[in-house]
Design a protein around this ligand. Structure first.
Ligand code: GLN
Length: 310
């Protein structure tokens, strides 16, 4: 195998001239302004090094990737009782779909679709103010990344609040079914801010290292929980394209409408990719392609027997 730096450089170079880059998310007005030509990739390794290519130092809106961190916090806070609020089955539906909620009495399928993530944020709000919860999320992410220079972009959060009617619909529906404990305005105010955290690929890759369960990496949560979060990333992290991501890439991943993907190669690396143009399922178009290329070139896969024998 070529060196990892060479692989990252090759991927960035191969995708630089791609003309079909997908479409940036426009339903959050602040995200519509991002340059679709941006591309960054970073791999954080257990030895403390971070390899990068392209625009890997430029902060972007992590959006739904924040759901990985809030799930980790919620499992730490509530333990197994979290699963009373949210399921852990793939939805096979768009990330902001409301249709399943009606059939399933307001209990969302999993923590990574919008409804599920809103329920998780609502659960960690119990006994805490939005400010405290956002402080805790930032503290977790900063500690995981080993970097205090990670912030929330308030204007992205405001911009989503002004246009987030679908998320309000989901929240009110769940509140009507007693799944949410707080006023939708309070829970969504917190949720929009967690989604508006900005990180560069290099920061995000380092923040994901705790999920690799590699020796020497600071343990933020128990080994069993890290493994289960990865399982949900694999089965639900790309919404109705999760099956295809598992098929093509074979690694747990979580995408966001900012165009980011966090991907975990257990025991080996945490990888972040950013390309703001999205495909039809709301996942980064070139990010998905880059994830596939990286998995092919490195041979990293949770289904690779050599990984398990090592
Ligand atoms: N904040 C976004 C929303 O709720 C997150 C969605 C996403 O990244 N897929 O719509």
């Amino acid at each position: 195998m070529a060196g990892l730096q060479e692989i990252l450089d090759d991927i960035a170079a191969a995708l630089a001239d791609e003309t079909d880059r997908g479409k940036v998310a426009t339903y959050i007005p602040q995200l519509a302004r991002i340059d679709v030509r941006k591309f960054g990739i970073a791999a954080a390794l257990p030895d403390g090094s971070t390899l990068t290519a392209g625009d890997a130092a430029e902060p972007f809106s992590i959006q739904s990737i924040s759901k990985v961190f809030t799930l980790a916090i919620a499992l730490g806070r509530l333990g197994e009782s979290l699963w009373r609020h949210v399921g852990r089955e793939p939805s096979g539906q768009r990330f902001n779909s409301i249709v399943q909620l009606e059939y399933e009495d307001g209990r969302p399928r999993n923590p990574f679709i919008n409804a599920g993530a809103i329920a998780v944020t609502d659960a960690i709000l119990a006994g805490h103010s939005p400010k405290e919860v956002l402080g805790e999320i930032l503290q977790f992410v900063r500690a995981a990344a080993g970097d205090d220079d990670i912030h929330i972009n308030g204007s992205v959060a405001q911009s989503e609040k002004a246009t987030g009617h679908l998320n309000f619909a989901l929240a009110h529906f769940m509140r009507a079914h007693g799944v949410l404990q707080h006023a939708p305005d309070l829970t969504l105010g917190t949720y929009f801010h967690q989604c508006a955290i900005e990180m560069s690929c290099a920061q995000l890759a380092r923040a994901g290292l705790f999920l690799t369960d590699a020796p020497g990496v600071p343990r933020m949560i128990s080994r069993g929980r890290a493994r289960r979060i990865c399982a949900i990333m694999l089965t639900c992290g790309h919404y109705d394209a999760s099956g295809d991501f598992a098929f093509q890439v074979g690694l747990p991943g979580k995408s966001g409408v900012g165009g980011g993907i966090l991907m975990i190669a257990p025991g080996r690396a945490s990888v972040a990719i950013w390309s703001p143009g999205l495909n039809a399922q709301g996942n980064s178009r070139l990010g998905t392609k880059a994830a596939h290329m990286l998995a092919e070139r490195t041979g990293w896969s949770v289904f690779d027997g050599r990984t398990l024998r090592a």
